[in-house]
Design a protein around this ligand. Structure first.
Ligand SMILES: [Mn+2]
Length: 435
């Protein structure tokens, strides 16, 4: 158990400092957790009458640090910078983060500094929620987007506050993508997390499956969430036995779990459901439309429609990426390797790598793509059992980069790095030594 009181008192110290700024610049990370936490800070400041500038970035590199310094103070780093020593050189700066850190001179609110695990107990969105006590929906979405599932620890505390205020609902339900935002048939046909044997990609099979489960009469546009509870249950039962009959009991079980929804948001949109909301925001960030993601969070008119069409394209890219992975993944003994340069965009290669690593995998995966500067972007993913056995991908990437002239780090279960174009062999050798 971490030091709760100290954590919450640091939250209020950070809030006080943030609200004292007159011309703040928010620099936040571009993934779902970074967008939601950045949006919470932005909304909190705007409610206090301050119009903060926002800079959403893929990573904290020299250019971003230079911009931070050029702003002459009042910089708020969100979901990054926790372990960056150079930040101490900027004056008037605060950090809200959850990545592994030892802390520094800068005022920082980070679960790791208070004995909490920022890998699975709370993410930046939760840190931002507890700092400003608003938009608990965004708090939950960021945690889910950072793969902190199910919600435990401080995340659980945030969830319970959301349930108490009527902003969040938590129940055991179907965990298939599109349960709010897609018609039933599409939900089954396009299912890719996980694939549904005999259904995914086969529209005729999905249609007759729905007829057999007694849902053939429902209007074609009906989503899972619009069904009565009894019909939801019967569809789940049919789906589970369909999978079990085909020898996929384990996958069938993974279809059911805790689901977090937001009754105050529109049931027909991704924003009704934490997991779908997070996918929507990731699609914005990973397709160079981070600002759009922020606008969706702040509820700007028209933003949702744009984001939702972007998501359709994003999912098509992911399906193609998965296909590439299934045909090109190599087994390097201690790890899997995917050279996706020229095939998968650097913004989504990590997502693809994660989707391609099952919970039963015995080794991590490292995937590479080319970034906008021509350097090699590395994304690595592990699973819970590998982490439990002691694997720390953040440390592995950091160490490998020290030898090969790159920069990397992150979490135990997911981490990233950028290395110079000519250093791939060196990097792979280091991985082989470190793992
Ligand atoms: Mn994060």
């Amino acid at each position: 158990m971490g030091e709760r009181d100290a954590f919450f008192s640091r939250c209020s110290e950070v809030r006080g400092t943030a609200l004292s700024y007159s011309n703040p610049l928010i620099i936040n990370h571009f993934d779902c957790d970074g967008l939601t936490s950045g949006a919470i800070v932005k909304i909190a400041l705007s409610e206090a009458g301050k119009n903060a500038k926002m800079l959403t970035v893929k990573k904290l590199d020299g250019n971003v640090l230079a911009e931070a310094k050029a702003h002459k103070g009042e910089v708020i780093f969100v979901d990054l910078a926790g372990a960056c020593k150079e930040v101490d050189e900027i004056k008037d700066v605060i950090i809200l983060d959850h990545h592994q850190t030892e802390g520094g001179k800068t005022l920082q609110i980070n679960p790791h500094l208070f004995g909490f695990d920022g890998g699975d107990e709370i993410s930046s969105s939760g840190v931002a929620y507890f700092t400003f006590k608003m938009r608990v929906d965004l708090g939950v979405v960021g945690a889910v987007g950072d793969m902190q599932y199910p919600l435990i620890g401080l995340n659980r505390e945030m969830l319970e506050e959301g349930i108490a205020s009527g902003d969040v609902k938590c129940e055991q339900n179907l965990r298939l993508y599109g349960r709010g935002s897609r018609p039933l048939q599409q939900m089954l046909e396009y299912a890719d997390e996980p694939f549904l044997p005999g259904l995914t990609g086969n529209s005729e099979a999905c249609k007759s499956f729905l007829e057999q489960s007694g849902l053939g009469g429902a209007p074609a546009s009906t989503s899972f969430y619009e069904l009565s509870q009894a019909k939801q249950l019967s569809l789940i039962n049919f789906l589970v036995s369909h999978m079990a009959e085909r020898g996929h009991e384990k996958t069938a079980k993974s279809l059911i779990g805790e689901v977090y929804t937001f009754p105050k948001n529109d049931i027909k949109t991704e924003m009704y459901d934490a997991s779908e909301f997070s996918t929507l925001l990731n699609a914005c960030g990973r397709n160079a439309k981070a600002e759009l993601g922020i606008s969706v969070c702040t509820g700007e008119f028209g933003a949702y429609a744009q984001a939702s069409s972007l998501l359709a394209t994003h999912r098509k890219n992911l399906r193609e990426g998965m296909k590439f992975l299934s045909q090109n993944r190599q087994d390097f003994g201690k790890f899997y390797f995917l050279d996706a340069r020229g095939a998968i965009a650097d913004g989504i290669v990590g997502v693809v790598a994660g989707m391609g690593l099952t919970s039963a995998a015995k080794k991590p995966i490292f995937a590479i793509a080319t970034d906008e500067n021509g350097a090699i972007k590395v994304s690595s993913r592990a699973n819970a059992s590998l982490v439990k056995a002691g694997l720390n991908l953040g440390m592995v990437l950091k160490a490998a980069c020290e030898k090969c002239g790159g920069a990397g780090g992150g979490h135990r279960i997911a981490a990233g790095a950028t290395i110079p174009k000519g250093q791939l062999d060196c990097f792979l050798c280091e991985l082989n030594k470190l793992l």
